[in-house]
Design a protein around this ligand. Sequence first.
Ligand SMILES: C[S@@+](CC[C@H](N)C(=O)[O-])C[C@H]1O[C@@H](n2cnc3c(N)ncnc32)[C@H](O)[C@@H]1O
Length: 432
Amino acid sequence: MQRRPRAMAHNDSQDTPGVPARRAALKLLDAVLRQGLPLEAVLDRATAGIDRADDRALARAIASEVLRRLPDLDALIDSATARPLPDDAKARFALRIALVQTLALGTPAHAAISTVLPLVDGGPRKLVHGVFGTLSRRGDTLPEQPTLPDPVAIRWHAAWGDDAIEGAELAIATPPPLDLTIADAARTADWAEQLGGSSLMPGHVRLPGGHVPEMPGFEEGAWWVQDIAASIPARLIGAGTGIALDICAAPGGKTMQLAAAGWSVTALDNSPTRLERLTANLARTQLAADVVTADALLWKPAELADAVLLDAPCSATGIFRRHPDVLHRVRPSVIADMAAIQARLFSRAASWVKPGGTLVYATCSLEPAEGEEQLDHFLNNNTRFTVDPIRPDELPAGLVPHSSGYLRILPGMLADVGGCDGFFMVRLRHGG
Ligand SMILES: C[S@@+](CC[C@H](N)C(=O)[O-])C[C@H]1O[C@@H](n2cnc3c(N)ncnc32)[C@H](O)[C@@H]1O
């Protein structure tokens, strides 16, 4: 484990305005880049003591943008130093934070550097000031198409080729749209009109953005936020009145889809805090499900289900647009660990499906080990199940099922209408 930057020990109350947000951004970057933690998991801790919501949001925005632009920021820094700074040098962290503000977030140069220099107090202030000044005078900019970190580019190139790399790099530079799933698909056109959005398929509305709690329909629970790709696994199960098990359910996007489609849903998750969000979502949308807090590797249902949805825990590399930390902290060992858990969950989920019933397996991952390879392994070990091929008419225009019947969503797909998350999903039928 590398050393921690000394700035961690500082008392925020001593700071001038603007500095606490940058100090929190430094803590977030330290947690992701050096400790390998998810940014969301450390957000509260890193921003503790910052009263203003907009300062907390700024800290997160700065850290996220650094993570999106890291290889290009580092190339700029290296071009202005005689010898490369170590990756974990406090000066490099400070420069990344200052530069991303001027080059990507529109902060004036004097504000960006004056709020970052206190982060290196008692350290290389002169160096940071000098490198920042050199780059500002040169008028260097970041490339329009950001560069993926090398290990990710190599891995995804080997799996998916040039187009996916190009698609991923362009996706990093484009703010993702806000997708909503409409509880009553028959009202899709009404909501698209009321909210000023467009629809890519029934039950879906896409907007450029928005302040969700203030938007019409939020309080009455007419819709919930869900990327269009994430809405497809539950759509593959369709409407029904039998028993559906959603066994990695929280925060509940797919549980709500299944409940709205008529199923008697049991929503299971092993995270009590994430299940609190699921329960609040059900209350807001006035949809019903039995909520169970349990480890799916130990739990068993009382009876077999007509449909089982396994939206398995995964590396989440498919959601890099909104969570760019995955580009840096998901290493091969993380993927292998997740794949081992997925294989166990997949075979347990299969044992809970009635003869003739449906099993959907999905991951928001761009790693074959969490998608195609899981399916191969499952089919080799569960001969009662066959792939129930996904049909093109079940998908938004622009997404096409693989010839083997599953759906692989890669970066660059749907790019002309704003893109979507990366996913793998397959529908299987229990042959009895
Ligand atoms: C991809 S997320 C699910 C997202 C959810 N299906 C939705 O649409 O809102 C995976 C979930 O699996 C849960 N999980 C991880 N390991 C689990 C286990 N062994 N048993 C039950 N849930 C688990 C996590 O807490 C997480 O909420």
